[in-house]
Design a protein around this ligand. Structure first.
Ligand code: COA
Ligand code: MG
Length: 297
């Protein structure tokens, strides 16, 4: 299933949790990590568990939880607290390599058994680029299958700190500097290689909705599907940007049709342009995406 918009909600904020359930985000990520202060960890765990239990119907909006990194003593208590609420998935931050995903996979299997949940039902979205090591270990995702790992996203804020940078953007152009563009590209390639959904990075300036839209379209052109949101107002923009327009769907259908009408031809002309197999594949992707999005609220 495609998730266009993933809205982060601080796990210890009653007001934001309430607001988020009425928002059009395809998924919420109830946060136990960076948006929760150290002295509120336990409160947040209990609130998130109660919220999950109070909202068992996930047909319109999935409920995910971001836990603390596995190399902290907070992560296991996070998982133990929230699994009774059967989250749709866990967002795993600050990974070093695929090994952490495998460790989380094992923890989830044990906790699913404890809670009587179907084995393998809890999915994983990893934030794949928040440590220096993570940039050098993308190849580890290619070894072995990871059915739970359905999405990968990237981050430039923690990565900047990990790389010793004072900023992650060029002050003149506002564009990301080289290491972050590399992180973005590696995340995209790794996610596509393992058939996980590559999810676009958060757009931090939440008042700038035009900038967000441009960033979504850039992400979509590059191959990302969906984007992380941090503010409710970002969700509508994201949903729109990642929904193929009627024109796009109509064109994709014409591309598929022209190949079907010319069986045995690997390359055809349409509107004065040459089309070959990659165009057909892209057109099929657009139609498949439109079909999956129809099923969303
Ligand atoms: N989820 C749900 N509701 C949210 C929200 C979120 N992520 N962010 C803001 N809201 C609510 C606010 O509570 C407010 O509602 P209210 O008027 O009923 O209180 C309304 O939306 C408008 O919010 P606004 O005043 O524009 O923003 P803010 O100054 O209250 O909050 C942030 C700004 C960035 C602190 C807030 O958007 C936020 O907490 N984002 C998530 C941060 C996060 O999880 N980061 C970790 C991942 S990077
Ligand atoms: Mg962070």
């Amino acid at each position: 299933m495609i998730i266009r918009s993933w809205l982060f909600v601080p796990g210890d904020s009653d007001r934001k949790l309430e607001k988020a359930r009425h928002n059009g985000a395809d998924a919420l990520i109830l946060d136990l990590e960076d948006s929760v202060s150290d002295d509120r960890q336990e409160v947040a765990r209990e609130m998130v568990r109660a919220y999950l239990e109070a909202n068992p119907d996930r047909s319109r909006q999935q409920l995910w939880v971001r836990i603390n990194p596995l190399d902290t003593e907070l992560s296991l208590p996070d998982l133990a607290a929230v699994m009774p609420g059967a989250p749709d998935g866990i967002c795993l931050p600050k990974v070093y390599s695929a090994a952490e995903v495998d460790t989380l996979d094992n923890y989830l299997s044990a906790l699913e058994a404890r809670e009587g949940l179907p084995l393998g039902s809890t999915r994983i979205l990893c934030v794949a680029t928040e440590t220096a090591a993570s940039l050098l270990t993308f190849h580890t995702y290619l070894e072995g299958g990871r059915d739970r790992l359905v999405g990968m996203t990237w981050g430039a804020e923690d990565l900047a700190a990990a790389l010793g940078a004072s900023d992650n953007r060029n002050p003149a152009s506002g564009e990301y500097d080289d290491p972050y563009l590399m992180a973005k590209s590696l995340c995209l390639a790794a996610a596509r290689a393992i058939e996980a959904q590559p999810v676009g990075v958060v757009y931090v300036d939440f008042h700038d909705l035009d900038g967000l839209e441009a960033d979504c379209l850039r992400d979509r052109r590059a191959g990302f599907i969906g984007k992380i949101a941090i503010h409710p107002a970002q969700v509508e923009v994201i949903n729109r940007a990642f929904t193929p327009s009627a024109d796009e769907v109509a064109y994709a259908q014409r591309v598929v049709d022209v190949f079907e009408q010319n069986p045995g031809l690997g390359t055809v002309g349409l509107d004065g342009k040459m089309l070959d197999m990659p165009h057909l594949k892209q057109a099929r992707n657009v139609l498949a995406m439109a079909e999956q999005i129809k099923g969303l609220g």
